[in-house]
Design a protein around this ligand. Structure first.
Ligand code: ADE
Length: 239
């Protein structure tokens, strides 16, 4: 999979894709991640990427021209209907479809090239959305200063689901949300720490008992913290 990130703050990403699972996936050739400065595609001599909104109002709006040029360069066309198969152009914005585990899974399964556009200011000229974007994605019901942190979240959630990205095949299967529930608690050594004991069931080596305990704990945790997931009829969290 190839991931391209379009931003006016390329430095923001620093070494964020150079650690842990993402780094390993990159080294193994499972994913390639590149960050691009939208400013490099600006057409005027001041390299402007934003302008005042038509109709007045606060803030600035990101101009369409540099973003269209960047998509033409990275995808080969700005005609959404002519994108190569497996291409997804994602606009990160609070107005988008909310990222859930099943959304990440859908990208991991179907996409081969993802271009993420990080919005800033009051927004992005709507013609970008109309003509270029295949998926407008929000990471939650709150407003960030820009799409950059959201792009990192979206990329991470997808990359770890790519085949062979995780060391153990079962790790992602057991993640929170992959079965519509939160994950169960985990413990490591020592078996007793500052008077707090690891549940006995985990120490006795009875794997059927351990699995049963884990299922019960996952259900209890979900009921206590996210009861909405238990009433979720449209499978939003499940894969
Ligand atoms: N940009 C600003 N807020 C955002 C959010 N919640 N999700 C994605 N992109 C955003």
């Amino acid at each position: 999979m190839k991931i391209d990130v379009l931003t006016i703050f390329p430095e923001f990403f620093g070494a964020v894709f150079d650690f842990g699972i993402i780094r390993r996936a990159k080294l193994a050739g499972i994913v390639g991640v590149q960050v691009h400065d939208i400013r490099e595609y600006a057409i005027d001599k001041h390299k402007m990427t934003d302008d005042r909104p038509f109709g007045g109002g606060d803030g600035m709006v990101m101009k369409p021209e540099p973003i269209f040029a960047a998509i033409e360069n990275l995808v080969g066309t700005s005609n959404r209907d002519a994108y190569p198969k497996g291409t997804r152009v994602v606009l990160l914005s609070p107005q988008g479809r909310q990222l859930k585990q099943n959304v990440a899974k859908e990208f991991a399964d179907d996409a081969t090239h993802i271009v993420m556009i990080c919005g800033r200011y009051e927004g992005v000229d709507e013609r970008v959305n109309e003509a270029l974007v295949t998926d407008e994605i929000s990471i939650g019901d709150y407003v960030l200063s820009g799409g950059e942190p959201a792009a990192i979240v979206v990329a991470d959630s997808i990359i770890r689901l790519l085949p062979d990205a995780l060391g153990s095949e079962t790790s992602a299967v057991n993640d929170s949300f992959s079965d519509g529930l939160l994950d169960c608690p985990h413990y490591t050594r020592p078996a007793e720490f500052r008077g707090m004991k690891v549940p006995e069931v985990l120490l006795n080596g009875n794997h059927a008992e351990i699995e049963k305990w884990r299922s019960i704990m996952a259900l209890e945790k979900t009921r206590a913290v996210r009861p909405d997931l238990l009433n979720n009829e449209n499978g939003e969290c499940g894969s």
